[in-house]
Write a protein that binds this ligand. Sequence first.
Ligand SMILES: N[C@@H](CCC(=O)N[C@@H](CS)C(=O)NCC(=O)O)C(=O)O
Length: 205
Amino acid sequence: MRLHGTPLSHFTRKIRVLLAELGVDFEFVRAPSVLAKEGAAYGDNPLRRVPTLIDGEVTVIDSDHIARYLVAAHDPGDRLGVRSERVEDLNRLAVANGVMDNEVVLILAQRTGVDVGGAYFQKLRGGIEGGLAWLDARVTEDARFDWGDVAVVCMWQHLEHYRLVSLDPYGRLAARVARFAGRPSVLGTTPEVSLVEATTAGWKP
Ligand SMILES: N[C@@H](CCC(=O)N[C@@H](CS)C(=O)NCC(=O)O)C(=O)O
């Protein structure tokens, strides 16, 4: 099984964390960048995004769909609640994913020399802050590490890495992330660890 992604991709990291939690081996195929023009760089995802999972003849795109595919094959009991249909879980996932989407647009715009001071980019930043406040207000004391936590941890540590917005106002969310930060699946996939691993494996951005 091959997972196409980049070392710092937060959407790809959701799947790396899930695979580690499920104890499933895979080959991590690192794309040089998410600005490559050819679909081949993305495991033939026509949208030119990662992650893409290739399992024999099967190709799965989109992190949440990949997660569902993996759970169906490897974790019928769905211990992380990947397939939850509770509205609270769906909304939490949508907001964490949406924050990550906004980050991607801002980072790629900046990286390609676009002026990110305009109204649209300000709105995206507002969406990140609004999303973080929304998530912060809904943090629970639930001890279980679930699929929403996977998304939130990947979102949060990516924001910490890129420092797009101040994270100071979101103390409850920070505490929720800290609660799970020591799990091997999380520790082994942080942006910092991922960059070292990738460089050691000969990856060049
Ligand atoms: N909804 C997709 C989003 C994937 C996504 O946006 N991935 C980023 C990397 S973290 C990407 O490849 N961006 C390239 C682009 O948007 O052009 C998923 O959950 O897999």
